[in-house]
Design a protein around this ligand. Structure first.
Ligand code: NDP
Length: 266
């Protein structure tokens, strides 16, 4: 049996690429561990489940990232600030919580240079952590969302926010689909006339959805814009989590080629 066992907790969890990503890296780097998946139905049982299964670390996905925050004994400052944890490591019987989605996203968009103003389409959980890290890094983030309710929190945090009804188009360097529109349907994340007003001025368009070309990315391509889907975000959050899991025994660049192989499988 492997010395250390890791898992992903989520509901649903059967579709997750994380076991493949982490096991390829453990195997490729010769690290004595294995990574499995666990369907966690009740977030309140996260801590007990972790210890009952004898785990060394977990990734946590929808809908338990806030329960993961509450389950930790200690938090890294960024996870503490945003209240969302997707990576937990056990050390000396205590659970340490981190957020690797946001730094993974930041690294994924860092290939686009001279970017200052960013428009987020959507204001859900993923937008929460990523808007915070982007602002910390000096980007100006504006949020445009279908419903007004979700924008309240962002407005009180000082972000510029709009609904489809009151949006006034400006110039944005990056336009990013942070919604689930296009994931399991053929919807655009905002009315087409709004996208037609912002995409032509953008340097590039990004989607957090991965593994398919969404209607949003198709529209961006029709304007000859550089595009990027959510694959690198997924890969990079996994690499950063792996760094925590292995207590920084390997560098980002050492882990990357192994974990990247997971994206050769469909
Ligand atoms: P949430 O459920 O927290 O938020 C969903 C957001 O999408 C809301 O802003 C919602 O608006 C909006 N939305 C949903 N459907 C539509 C639609 N048809 N038209 C316009 N807006 C819509 O989701 P998450 O933040 O957890 O996830 C968002 C996306 O990010 C998902 O597609 C997920 O797959 C992806 N993701 C990718 C990751 C990666 O590693 N690449 C990591 C994590 C997430 P409203 O408030 O009006 O309902």
């Amino acid at each position: 049996m492997a010395k250390e066992i890791f898992a992903i907790f989520g509901n649903p969890v059967s579709h997750s690429k994380s076991p493949l990503m982490h096991n390829l890296a453990f195997q490729g780097l010769g690290y004595d561990a294995c990574y499995t998946r666990y369907l966690l139905e009740d977030g309140d049982t996260l801590k007990d489940t972790f210890f009952t299964l004898g785990l060394k670390g977990v990734n946590v996905t929808v809908p338990h990232k806030e329960a993961a925050f509450n389950a930790c004994d200690a938090l890294d400052p960024f996870a503490q600030k945003i209240g969302v944890v997707n990576t937990i490591v056990e050390r000396d019987g205590k659970l340490y919580g981190y957020n690797t989605d946001a730094p993974g996203f930041l690294k994924a968009i860092s290939e686009f240079k001279e970017v200052k103003r960013v428009l987020f389409l959507g204001a859900g959980g993923t937008a929460q952590s990523t808007s915070s890290i982007l602002r910390d890094e000096g980007y100006e983030v504006t949020l445009l969302n279908r419903s007004a309710e979700r924008l309240e929190k962002y407005k009180s945090d000082g972000f510029e926010t709009y609904t489809f009804e009151n949006f006034k188009a400006k110039r944005y360097d990056l336009v990013i689909n942070m919604t689930s529109a296009g994931l399991e349907d053929d919807n655009l994340p905002a009315p087409q006339h709004i996208l037609d007003a912002v995409i032509p001025h953008a340097k590039a368009c990004v989607d957090v959805i991965y593994g398919k070309e969404t209607p949003f990315l198709r529209l961006a391509k029709s304007y000859d814009k550089p595009t990027k889907d959510g694959s690198d975000m997924l890969l990079y959050q996994g690499i950063i989590a792996f760094e925590y899991f292995t207590n920084h025994a390997y560098t980002f660049d050492e882990i990357k080629p192994h974990m990247q192989k997971a994206f050769d499988f469909n």
